[in-house]
Design a protein around this ligand. Structure first.
Ligand SMILES: *[C@@H]1O[C@H](CO)[C@@H](O)[C@H](O)[C@H]1NC(C)=O
Length: 122
């Protein structure tokens, strides 16, 4: 008797959990993951915001004065966006990790078929 053992390889698809965010230069962007009680926001792996016991401290100098935290909703937002702000952001809150990739676009007026239109450039 021949026994054939079939091994099914469960292929875990490399589904990226990184969500995309976008904003315009001088505009603002909201980070969708709410930080209610405590957590951190990192930019390119460096912590830039630390929320502990309902108090927020912005650690990254380049984000000083540009990050707001709504203590009621837990939503963090970054204002006055610059091209240099593009990159990877990560929220860690309540043992959960959410990753985001931010793209910042420049708004420009361009002439297209004789008409001035607003376009967003990366
Ligand atoms: C952003 O704001 C600065 C200062 O107000 C301004 O000089 C610049 O043109 C703005 N850039 C864009 C792309 O809106």
């Amino acid at each position: 008797m021949k026994i054939v053992i079939c091994v099914t390889l469960l292929c875990v698809a490399g589904v990226s959990s990184v969500q995309e965010l976008s904003g315009l230069v001088n505009g603002s962007v909201e980070i969708p993951t709410a930080v209610k009680n405590g957590g951190t926001l990192s930019y390119n792996k460096n912590i830039i915001v630390d929320i502990t016991n309902g108090k927020v401290s912005v650690v990254g100098a380049e984000f000083a004065g540009r990050i707001k935290w709504n203590s009621r909703t837990g939503v963090l937002s970054i204002s006055d966006l610059q091209m240099e702000d593009a990159g990877d952001y990560e929220v860690q809150a309540d043992n959960q990790r959410s990753e985001y990739q931010l793209t910042v676009y420049k708004r420009q007026t361009q002439s297209l078929w004789g008409k001035n239109v607003q376009v967003a450039l990366q």
